[in-house]
Design a protein around this ligand. Structure first.
Ligand code: ADP
Length: 238
């Protein structure tokens, strides 16, 4: 059970509302995009789901259990940010094994899990390399392997491809989707890139000014934008 539900989420920073009564269900095993312009509150919502930030009001449930007040390390979340944030002094294998070590998994058991995660992102044989010996796309795949090696219930991706050049980004989009399908992880993907959201996702939610203005399958969102904002924003993709 790994579906995510948020209800009545409110958050302000310094008196300025950033999320205004957000309710949304992220279906188990599905790839859902949170799409919206910069400043619409996407990252804040993702951070609240991950437990990096507490909401002022509202609830977060994972697999039906209320985790609103559960510390992030108990939520079993994998997260990948825009900047790779790999440990530069550690090998690829040690970077990936980091979360396992924190859970007390070491030795042969850890090595087997690392090998499995690296195989999933198609980086077999890269164990001993350092991050600086890898391309941007490879580094981002290591970050993905590190996020999924601990078998999280939910994968949170915050613009994970936006630092990559256009060609690499397109390759990684296909990769990301394959990895998500192979792993069956409930995935929430934050992006301001309409095309990326529409091509990658099972469902798309559009955020504007801290509110979800539309939610549905990509084709429906694209063909029948529910608001003038959604129509204008999606129109930019063409
Ligand atoms: P998005 O991911 O859609 O670009 P964010 O959730 O990052 O939007 O930010 C929404 C708004 O909240 C922005 O105006 C941003 O400046 C503000 N904000 C986000 N985090 C903080 C914080 N920790 N302190 C103050 N303001 C913040």
């Amino acid at each position: 059970m790994s579906g995510v539900e948020v209800q009545g989420i409110r958050k302000s920073f310094g008196g300025a509302p950033v999320l205004d009564d957000v309710a949304m269900r992220f279906a188990e095993g599905r790839f859902t995009s949170l799409l919206g312009p910069s400043g619409s509150g996407k990252t804040t919502l993702l951070r609240i789901i991950g437990g990096f930030e507490a909401p002022d009001a509202g609830t977060v449930t994972i697999g039906g259990a209320d985790v609103t007040h559960t510390p992030l390390w108990k939520r079993r979340i994998g997260m990948v940010f825009q900047s790779y944030a790999l440990f530069p002094h550690m090998s690829v294998a040690d970077n990936v094994a980091y979360g396992l070590h924190r859970q007390g998994i070491r030795g042969a058991a850890a090595r087997a899990e690392v090998a499995r995660a690296l195989a999933l992102v198609e980086l077999e044989g890269f164990d001993a390399r350092r991050p600086k010996q890898l391309s941007g796309g490879q580094q981002q795949r290591v970050a993905l392997a590190r996020a999924i090696v601990t078998k999280p219930r939910v994968l949170l991706l915050d613009e994970p491809l936006s630092a990559l050049d256009r060609r690499l980004r397109q390759t990684m989009q296909v990769e990301l989707r394959r990895i998500q399908r192979d792993s069956g992880l409930t995935t929430i993907f934050v992006t301001h890139d309409q095309e990326e959201a529409l091509t990658l996702s099972d469902r798309v939610a559009i955020l504007d000014g801290g509110r979800i203005v539309q939610e549905g399958p990509p084709a429906e969102v694209y063909e029948r934008p529910a608001t003038r904002f959604a129509a204008t924003f999606l129109g930019d993709a063409n």
